[in-house]
Design a protein around this ligand. Structure first.
Ligand SMILES: [Zn+2]
Length: 499
C-alpha cells in the first residue's frame, strides 16, 4: 500500500516536472529577425560637434530670468537653422508658446494619418553646489575622451539633434514621406509641458489632427537591469506612471513635554508614526500584469533556463515569482503603484508636544490605478479615523497603455531590431513623466523609446552630475530615426514577418 502511494506520488512529481519543462520549451523567442542592411554613413564627429554646440545654450526650464532663457532658446534654434538647412527649407516650422518648435514635413498623401517624433530642448538646472564636481563644465559643450559632455547630452538634446540629422540625411537622399511627419521639440518638458506640448496638442485638436503614433523619450536600450539577461534590452515604453502626493496628518492636544500622554500613539507624532508604520507594511496591490505582463512575456524566452521555467509557469509559480521581483526596486516599480515617504514635519521645540504632525507621501501611479483609489487604500491601511489623508498639489494621472503589438509598435520594434540586431526588444513602462502623455488626446498609440544605451551607472547622470553621451552612440541614434522614418512614413507603417 505504502509502496503504491510512493510510486503514485513519484509519478505525479514527474508529470508536474514534465508539464513545467514542456511549458518552458514551448516558449520560443519572440524576437523577429530582418535581413541586414548596409548602415547609413554618418559622420560621428560632426554629429558630436553639433550636439556640443546645442549643449552650450543654457535652455534651463523654470529659470527665474525669462529674458536670459529666451536668449538661450534663440541661440539653440539659430544653431539648428544653420546646421540643418534642408530641414528648414523643406519642413514648415511653427512656434508654440514662444520656444516650442513644431516642424511639419508634408507627405504625398494627405489622407494618411501623420506620425510625430518628440524631443525637448529644455534641461534641468545644475543642483546648487554641484557645478564644481563636473569633470567638464556643464554648459561648455565639450567633446572630450570620446564623450560629448554637458547638461542635456542624454536628456534630451541628443534626440533633438539625431532626429534632425536623420531628416536632413533623408532630404539629402531625396526621400519624401507618404504621410506627414511632425517633429515637436518642447521647451518646458522638465516643468510639465503646459506651455509647450499641451498647447501643441490643443492646436492639433483644433485642426482635427489624429496621429498614427507618437514616439518620445522615456525608455532606452538598457543593460544589466534584469538579472540573468546579459544581452541589452531595448524597452519600448507603452505608457508612463502618474504621480500624486498625499498629506497624512495627526493632531493632538499640544502641551508641555513634562506631562506627556500615557497611552501609546496618542501624541501627534506617536499617532502619525504608527499610521505611517502601518502604511509602510501595506504596499498597493500589484503583480505581473499590464506593462509588466507584456514585458515578461516577451523577455521570458530569453532568460536562463531556471528563470525561464519560472516565468513560463506563472499558473503555478506566480506568487513565488512576484515575491522575487518585488525585492528589486526597479521591478517592483514596474508592477505596482509605489509608496514613497518623502517629507515629515512636526514640532519645533524639544520641550513642547506639537499639536500636529504631517507627512508627505508620494505615489507613482501605475496605469489602471487612480488617485481616488490610492486615497481609499491609504485610509484603509492607516486604519485611524483621526488621521487625515488628503491629496496636495497637482496629481498627474497615469497614462493609458498603448498596444504591445499592432503596426505602430511593430514599426518601432523593426527599426530597433535592424539597427541593434543583437538586442532584445520588449515592451516596458516609463516611470517618469514625459511630454508624450499630453498626446494621448490626439494619438491612440504613444510610445516612449530613445535610441541610446544606458548602463546602470549612467542613470545618476540623468538630472545629475557629469551628464554625457558617447560619441559612438550618436551614429546609431541617427540610423534608428532614419530607418524609423523610412518605415513609418510609408502608406502603412511597415509590418515585418512574424517570428
Ligand atoms: Zn527628458
Amino acid at each position: 500500500m505504502l509502496k503504491r502511494l510512493v510510486i503514485g506520488l513519484l509519478a505525479l512529481v514527474l508529470l508536474l516536472a514534465a508539464v513545467l519543462v514542456g511549458n518552458t520549451l514551448r516558449q520560443g523567442s519572440r524576437q523577429r529577425s530582418f535581413p541586414p542592411r548596409p548602415p547609413l554613413a554618418v559622420d560621428a564627429e560632426a554629429v558630436a560637434q553639433s550636439l556640443a554646440v546645442a549643449l552650450r545654450a543654457r535652455t534651463v526650464s523654470g529659470l527665474l530670468d525669462p529674458a536670459g532663457t529666451a536668449q538661450a532658446f534663440d541661440q539653440l534654434q539659430a544653431h539648428l537653422r544653420a546646421r540643418y538647412p534642408r530641414v528648414h527649407a523643406a519642413l514648415a516650422l511653427e512656434r508654440v508658446g514662444n520656444h516650442t518648435l513644431v516642424y511639419r514635413w508634408p507627405g504625398r498623401d494627405p489622407k494618411l494619418q501623420p506620425v510625430a517624433l518628440l524631443a525637448h530642448q529644455d534641461v534641468v538646472p545644475i543642483a546648487p553646489g554641484t557645478e564644481a564636481l563636473w569633470k567638464q563644465p556643464p554648459f561648455d559643450g565639450r567633446v572630450e575622451g570620446g564623450f560629448v559632455w554637458g547638461r542635456g547630452a542624454l536628456d534630451d538634446k541628443a534626440n533633438v539633434i539625431t532626429q534632425l540629422e536623420a531628416v536632413e540625411a533623408l532630404l539629402t537622399a531625396g526621400f519624401q514621406p507618404q504621410r506627414d511627419v511632425y517633429l515637436v521639440f518642447g521647451h518646458d518638458e522638465e516643468v510639465g509641458g503646459a506651455q509647450g506640448a499641451a498647447q501643441v496638442v490643443k492646436l492639433f485638436q483644433q485642426r482635427g489632427l489624429k496621429l498614427a503614433f507618437v514616439l518620445d523619450e522615456g525608455m532606452a536600450v538598457t543593460e544589466g537591469i534584469l538579472p540573468g539577461v546579459a544581452r541589452p534590452i531595448a524597452l519600448i515604453g507603452l505608457g508612463e506612471k502618474g504621480s500624486v502626493t498625499l498629506k497624512i496628518s495627526a493632531s493632538a492636544a499640544p502641551g508641555h513635554s513634562s506631562m506627556p500622554p500615557t497611552q501609546p500613539a496618542t501624541s501627534a507624532i506617536g499617532r502619525l508614526s504608527a499610521a505611517l508604520a502601518r502604511l509602510d507594511r501595506a504596499p498597493m496591490p500589484g503583480g505581473i500584469q499590464g506593462a509588466a505582463g507584456e514585458l515578461f512575456a516577451v523577455v521570458a524566452p530569453e532568460l536562463p533556463f531556471g528563470q525561464r521555467l519560472a516565468m513560463s509557469n506563472l499558473w503555478l509559480l506566480r506568487p513565488l515569482v512576484e515575491r522575487m521581483l518585488e525585492k528589486g526596486a526597479a521591478t517592483n516599480a514596474l508592477m505596482r503603484t509605489t509608496t514613497a515617504m518623502t517629507v515629515l514635519n512636526a514640532g519645533n521645540k524639544d520641550n513642547v508636544l506639537p499639536g500636529r504632525a504631517d507627512a508627505l507621501v508620494n505615489f507613482r501611479i501605475l496605469p489602471g490605478d487612480t488617485a481616488d483609489g490610492i486615497v481609499a487604500h491609504v485610509k484603509r491601511a492607516v486604519a485611524d479615523e483621526a488621521v487625515e489623508v488628503a491629496p496636495i498639489g497637482a496629481a498627474f494621472p497615469a497614462s493609458r497603455l498603448s498596444a504591445a503589438d499592432g503596426p505602430a509598435y511593430r514599426t518601432i520594434e523593426r527599426a530597433i531590431r535592424e539597427i541593434y540586431p543583437e538586442d532584445i526588444v520588449a515592451p516596458g513602462l516609463t516611470l517618469q513623466g514625459t511630454d508624450s502623455r499630453h498626446f494621448e488626446a490626439v494619438a491612440d498609440q504613444v510610445y516612449r523609446f530613445m535610441p541610446i544605451r544606458f548602463k546602470p551607472e549612467d542613470l545618476p547622470r540623468l538630472h545629475g552630475t557629469d551628464e554625457r553621451i558617447a560619441v559612438t552612440q550618436l551614429p546609431e541614434a541617427v540610423r534608428f530615426y532614419h530607418r524609423l522614418l523610412q518605415l513609418a512614413a510609408g502608406p502603412t507603417p511597415a509590418e515585418g514577418p512574424t517570428p
